[in-house]
Design a binder for this molecule. Sequence first.
Ligand code: PGA
Length: 258
Amino acid sequence: MKIIQAKDYQEMSRVAANIVSAQMILFPGSVLGLATGDTPIGMYRQLIEWYRKGDLDFGKARTVNLDEYVGLSTEHEQSYNWFMRQHLFSQVNLLPHNIFMPNGLAEDTAAECVRYEANIRAMGGIDLQVLGIGHNGHIGFNEPGPVFTKNTHVVTLSERTLAANSRFFDSGERMPRQAITMGMGTIMQAKRIVLLCAGESKAEILSRAVLGDIDPMVPASILQLHTDVTIVADQAALGRMSMDELSANGVEVVTERE
Ligand code: PGA
């Protein structure tokens, strides 16, 4: 595991965008695993800027997203499909037939999970997976629980996640209670993983994920077992881990230049 320490959110976003764009320059046909949430927005903004300058080409790339709410149409402004169109898809030259997201309106959600998982396999797996981390340690919508669920599955959202995300829904509107998410096996089979984390409020959970036991109650802790994980985090998010602890745990830390 490697940590790149960025000064602030902006620098975290630029470093993450650099990693994604290096992947695309070396392997234009890469399968990119993408994430939603506040954290990756700055990275998407940077990627769009480079695309507009002519430095990046998404024409051969394929994307798969981590998750989607059950029951929201793609036209609902809180759907992750909407989010991705807003923050990336509508602004770069990704081809629509190369974009894959779970269908939150599928009548048979279990069958949709099987289909989604099989599609990722058929593409040869994910080359680079971008992740955020929830305050409860979730990645995708893999919530804390007794086990690490392996494949794409339907999940009932935890109270913590509902509380964190309910602010985005209109008052009176019922927030979805379930989501379809890639499983931990799906994520762990990605060839490379980059996890973004910003802000003091994430410092505690990031430290448990990086230095704690590998525990399904802290889902992101399983990333300790992956051989190619880079965490790009700002100083605030790294505030609960000392250099000594990190090096004792075999974590390499790279500090971005000022
Ligand atoms: P955030 O969400 O980027 O909005 O903090 C991260 C997550 O819940 O995975």
